[in-house]
Design a protein around this ligand. Structure first.
Ligand SMILES: [Fe+2]
Length: 242
């Protein structure tokens, strides 16, 4: 069985230039105090290793996980620049095979998309690992960081979304409630058995958090009268998005 702490230490020691470059890029692009920081990159890389179906895929998925925040640094639409930065970083890994590099970069470029049947093995791992990496007991804190960065402001609890996700596009409602609901939709998206196993208790925990909040709003009589608060929240969002 893989020793994940030993693996991480070995990779950092074996590829110090790669490791230091990824750290430096996260500092350069101020990737801290935000939802997708260096810790997130390392967690996703490590989950990739834990859930990959074989050793070779797991190694490529580790590099892809370490690099997958590049789109958050410079913007998802800048595929050419993401490719250049990823290629630069991978150039610091001397024993990577030339044919492995396009598969790693392809995963970095496409990890945010929904599952596709023709996803490469590395992309399948990265998509599942990224979903696992976004699940944490501190989800509300990360959510505030992420939604504030994205939309300029955040409402932690909007009682309208405690029992169900909004019908609007993800991110249109800058609230932890809706963000949590969106996270729960990832559970059936996980494709790798090991990812499903690792994710299950965390999804259960997040569901329990929502249920407890729902209970709180129910016992205070707010849930049954949620429509009364709607105009207040709608107005609040227009101010947050300014
Ligand atoms: Fe991510």
């Amino acid at each position: 069985m893989l020793n994940s702490s030993e693996f991480l230490r070995q990779m950092a020691e074996k590829y110090p230039e790669f490791w230091n470059r990824v750290v430096a890029d996260h500092i350069k692009y101020m990737m801290f105090g935000r939802g997708h920081d260096f810790l997130h990159a390392v967690i996703v890389a490590q989950y990739g290793v834990l859930i990959a179906p074989d050793e070779n895929t797991s190694r490529m998925a580790w590099f892809a996980g370490m690099l997958h925040n590049i789109d958050r640094m410079i913007g998802r639409q800048r595929a050419g620049t993401i490719t250049v930065i990823a290629r630069d970083c991978l150039g610091l890994v001397p024993d990577l095979k030339e044919k492995e590099i396009p598969m790693i970069i392809g995963a970095v470029l496409n990890h945010w998309r929904l599952n596709e049947p023709d996803d490469s093995p590395v992309l399948v791992v990265l998509k599942d690992a990224d979903r696992l990496g976004n699940l944490t007991p501190f989800h509300p804190a990360r959510s505030v960081q992420h939604m504030t960065e994205r939309l300029g402001g955040h409402v932690v609890v909007d009682p309208r979304f405690v029992a169900k996700k909004a019908d609007t596009e993800y991110g249109n409602n800058p609230t932890t409630m809706d963000d949590l609901q969106a996270c729960l939709e990832w559970e059936p998206m996980l494709r790798l058995p090991k990812a499903q196993e690792i994710g299950r208790p965390m999804f259960d925990f997040l569901r329990q958090m929502l249920e407890m909040e729902q209970q709180r709003l129910d016992e205070t009589g707010i849930l049954a009268n949620v429509g009364l608060l709607g105009p207040y929240f709608n107005e609040a969002y227009t101010h947050l998005k300014k």
